[in-house]
Design a protein around this ligand. Structure first.
Ligand SMILES: [Zn+2]
Length: 294
């Protein structure tokens, strides 16, 4: 009996460790998305090299690179960071020695330096060295890299999820990676303590909708790939939250959350440990950090 239980346990363990950590999905043309632990990774493939958009965690990097190799065995030339959160930049240090440059908003670099101050030297490094925008986050900024025949725009539009967001646009493929300016399937996180701004996020997405082609495909920071219609729906959600706050200036975040009509937005799942309706309304009304504090 014991041996039966043991062998059942061992085979369960085998199944768990053998389960692939990452799933690769073709977005369009030479653009792919790798889903796994951490933020969604974008992959731009050229004949001679690839470009990675975010690298998730250092501990999951070997599995991520295995997934990338199923598409291309060429070297990674550039790593682009959409912002400074660990689930997007933790692998930077491990990737730094194999890429020609790490591209991000200038505030990603300064925030990473600050985050690394108390770390041992072996946990420091991997800082972006090709910088987009200026420390004054309200100033727009853009860097273009040319990947074979493909122009790739890395652009900052103002404070939104943080004060250091960059969207990565590939006009020839009509694809945009929005980093955490878009969460799908859950409530959005606005990192107020990192300069994020709810109204800024609504404005940035509204402006994107005015110039994105109708058949664009959108890679969110978390959640499935979507089309422009879904992005427009998400914008309507942000505007509904904003309107509710403006109509009720004296309400606390809890009162705002309790009185908001959530029915049309049931696909936006709260996460009790991270972002709840109440913390979302903290960010939207300027009354808190936007996330559950441990
Ligand atoms: Zn983030």
């Amino acid at each position: 009996m014991l041996s039966l239980i043991l062998s059942a346990l061992i085979s369960m363990q085998t199944v768990q460790t053998a389960a692939p950590q990452h799933r690769v999905e073709k977005v369009r043309d030479n653009i792919y998305c790798v889903f796994g632990p951490g933020g969604n990774v974008g992959l731009i493939v050229d004949n001679d090299y690839v470009v990675l958009i975010d690298g998730q965690y250092e501990r999951s990097l070997p599995a991520l690179l295995e997934a990338v190799k199923t598409i291309s065995d060429k070297p990674i030339k550039y790593l682009i960071n959409t912002h400074h959160h660990g689930d997007h930049v933790d692998a930077n240090r491990a990737l730094a020695s194999q890429v020609e440059g790490i591209i991000a908003h200038t505030n990603v670099r300064s925030r990473m330096i600050k985050d690394q101050l108390n770390r041992t030297p072996d946990r420091q490094g991997g800082l972006p060295d090709i910088l987009v925008g200026e420390a004054d986050t309200k100033k727009l900024g853009m860097v273009t890299i040319v990947v074979g025949p493909t122009d790739v725009h890395i652009a900052h539009f103002g404070p939104a999820h943080t004060d250091a967001d960059a969207a990565v646009g590939i006009p020839s493929a009509r694809v945009i990676h929005m980093g955490d300016m878009l969460f799908l399937g859950r409530l959005p996180f606005i990192d107020v303590e990192s300069g994020g701004n709810f109204d800024g996020l609504a404005q940035v997405i509204g402006s994107m909708l005015s110039w994105l082609p109708d058949d664009s495909l959108v890679i969110p920071g978390h959640g499935p790939i979507c089309d422009k219609k879904e992005l427009a729906r998400h914008h309507s959600f942000l505007l509904a939250v904003q309107q509710h706050v403006r109509k009720n200036p004296k309400m606390s975040p809890k009162e705002l959350a309790d009185s908001f009509d959530k029915k049309p937005w049931e696909d936006k799942e709260p996460s009790p440990q991270f972002v709840t309706w109440e913390t979302l309304f903290q960010a939207a009304s300027g009354q808190g950090s936007g996330r559950v504090k441990s």
